[in-house]
Design a protein around this ligand. Sequence first.
Ligand SMILES: [Zn+2]
Length: 254
Amino acid sequence: MRRPRWLGGKAPAPELPPLDTPARAMVVMAHPDDAEFVCGGTVAKWCAEGCEVTYVVVTGGDKGTHDESMHPEKLAAIREEEQRAACRALGVKECVLLGHPDGHTVDEEELRGLIVRLIRIHRPEVIITWDAFRRGFNHRDHRNVGVLTADAVYPLVRDRLAYPRDEEDGLASHQVNEILLAGSDDPDYAVDVTEHWERRLEAVLCHASQIGGRTRADFLRMRDEQIARQGHARLEERFRRWSIRRPPPPRAPR
Ligand SMILES: [Zn+2]
């Protein structure tokens, strides 16, 4: 039996209602291709339902190869094109590539301020980013982008005295109410992307330098294997969901 809260037990998390499709959303990721793999179906769904989605991709992904003839500048240029093509396939409104060096993302003031500024410019209701707090190995770019974005959302974007240059430039403070953390050990929120899975696949296939020669047929076979394994045809993307303002619990009847 669950121990009551006053005895140190953990109260059950209040059930959160499903997210309405936001009017504006932002996806903050470390590398070109991260978003398509972890939340491409959710982005495709939201774009199809009229949401304006902005991507912020922190690094150029310029180390992501085993090709001995490749060099970083060339790879970054290829991956930028791949990311822009994937955004077009999904219907993403704007893609901001910050071009930091792959593998060297640092949780530091300047980059944090830039993420704050981009959030104040684009004013998303929901942000998807990496879960910085997963156990075990986690790519340092994923971890640091997750920390930078979480810190930007709470409380820096909201507080007008944080990064006051934004206000001088006419950018108001902003409240982001929801973060969906991708790659979580402990997801508690699922988006049904069954109807949008094929569009997600179109976007994944744009990342030709990253998919090791896999074809559409390979991905379709992997999907069918997953459906057979799980015993139903629903395809989901799963997240840890943080809501800054929780909806009030239902009132007890008098
Ligand atoms: Zn990545």
